[in-house]
Design a binder for this molecule. Structure first.
Ligand SMILES: [Zn+2]
Length: 447
């Protein structure tokens, strides 16, 4: 049998806050397709979508398998995908609306690629997805409200031709799901040390905590993110699980690439539910609001927005607290819908300090005789030297430029509060551009 029929299979929104994981459904589908002797054209693609949509699922990740199969097998393949999604989705959960998209053209149309980008950076409609599927002869299957069709089509359309990373996900035995995850933590710190900077988001160095193990009821034991399939596999070999790993799989993904951020040329183009990069000048000094969050405002000729650094952003919050009016900054983050009469708020993921304004404080003058700083005698009553006793009746306060407790440069939210899509500092300089898949390694999954 010759595999000559191309098929892209997109899946989304099978999970809920209490159960399931779309990557797991995909892992099971890979095993089923393997038995049908298909050829995998790429690692399973794990596409994180706009983290800022109000109806998002837990991690807002959609998946796509790209395969070649013998003609005549399409029916069997579709059946396998549909029955797995049906079986493993949390269909009883309100807001879990799975979708599957089959697309059999070899080339992904530009319009579908553009749709995918919009799904990652902003808001799209099911109607638009349906129009594209019809126009280009795809097939879609939706459950309940069918919202998953949007993500499924976006996963088909995002073929990661630009910057991308890899994640090796190791899954637990079903009987262990819901129990505390058992992995030797010291081995994770050691793995991080031995594979950096080519793996990322393994540990939160601020808190000394491991972050490759999720906390929910899903079947993931841990996931290792990195620059190449080889390095995540090597890292996998260094981590010591203390419970059985049922299966593992390497995904190619847009995680850690900042794909969700859209640069806007002016602040009046910042819109709710998007994630932006925007330039401005600090227009209102930071204030600390309850729970130790820091809020400041930035403006340009076109508008003004608030920026919020929440407590878990760690270092970022400390940076934000030290900004002053006049500082020139570039802010990165998700835009929240404003409450009535308030400015739009950018929830900071990063801040790039472009230029610091001079910080000027008023100080008492120094004694002309002995050089000691004078003491004020009260408002408009002049100054007096405590050392030699000389009085200076008409001396005035002097302006002094003091050193800032900040340096220009890029600051990123703490590892523990980074979104799946946030590009961590460790990845700067390692971006891949226009490369596509690098060719597959032989053993990218088990079983
Ligand atoms: Zn003096």
């Amino acid at each position: 049998m010759i595999n000559n029929q191309i098929m892209h299979i997109g899946v989304d929104d099978t999970d809920s806050t209490r159960k399931g994981c779309t990557t797991y459904v995909t892992a099971l589908l890979v095993e089923k397709l393997e038995k049908l002797n298909v050829t995998f054209l790429d690692y399973p693609n794990l596409i994180r979508l706009n983290p800022n949509v109000p109806w998002k699922t837990r991690g807002n990740g959609a998946l796509c398998l790209r395969i070649k199969c013998a003609s005549g097998l399409e029916g069997k393949i579709k059946e396998a995908a549909i029955s797995l999604v049906e079986e493993h989705s949390d269909l009883a959960f309100k807001g879990t609306d799975p979708g599957i998209v089959f697309f059999q053209n070899e080339k992904i149309p530009e319009e579908i690629k553009a749709f995918a980008k919009n799904t990652i950076t902003g808001i799209v409609t099911l109607k638009e997805a349906a129009r594209l599927i019809k126009k280009f002869g795809g097939e879609a299957l939706g459950f309940k409200a069918c919202r998953g069709i949007i993500g499924a089509l976006a996963a088909v359309g995002e073929n990661l031709e630009d910057d991308h990373t890899y994640e090796l996900i190791a899954y637990r035995a079903p009987e262990n799901c819901g129990l505390k995850r058992k992995v030797d933590e010291a081995s994770i710190f050691e793995m991080d040390k031995l594979t950096r900077p080519y793996t990322f988001n393994n540990v939160d160095s601020e808190k000394g905590r491991v972050i490759i193990t999720p906390r929910g009821p899903d079947p993931i034991l841990f996931g290792i993110r990195g620059e190449t399939p080889e390095v995540v596999k090597k890292a996998f070999g260094l981590v010591k699980p203390l419970e059985p790993v049922d299966r593992w799989l390497v995904f190619r993904t847009n995680q850690g690439t900042d794909a969700h951020l859209k640069r806007v040329p002016a602040l009046n183009q910042v819109v709710p539910y998007s994630s932006v990069v925007a330039k401005g000048v600090v227009s209102r000094n930071p204030r600390i609001i309850p729970l130790r969050h820091v809020i400041f405002s930035v403006k340009d000729e076109t508008g003004e927005v608030d920026c919020a650094a929440y407590e878990p952003t760690g270092a970022l919050r400390r940076v934000a607290r030290n900004l002053i009016v006049g500082d020139s900054v570039e802010v990165y983050g998700a835009v929240r819908k404003p409450s009535a009469g308030k400015l739009l708020t950018v929830n900071l993921e990063k801040i790039n300090i472009l230029a610091l304004a001079p910080k000027i404080v008023l100080q008492n003058p120094v004694c002309k005789k002995c050089g000691k700083r004078l003491k004020s005698m009260g408002k408009n009553k002049g100054f007096r030297c405590e050392k030699c006793g000389t009085r200076f009746d008409d001396a005035r306060k002097v302006q002094t430029v003091v050193e800032r407790e900040l340096k220009a440069g890029l600051y990123v939210t703490s590892t523990r509060s980074q979104r799946h899509l946030t590009k961590p500092l460790r990845r700067y300089g390692l971006e891949k551009h226009g490369a596509g898949a690098e060719g597959m390694i032989e053993n990218w999954r088990s079983p």
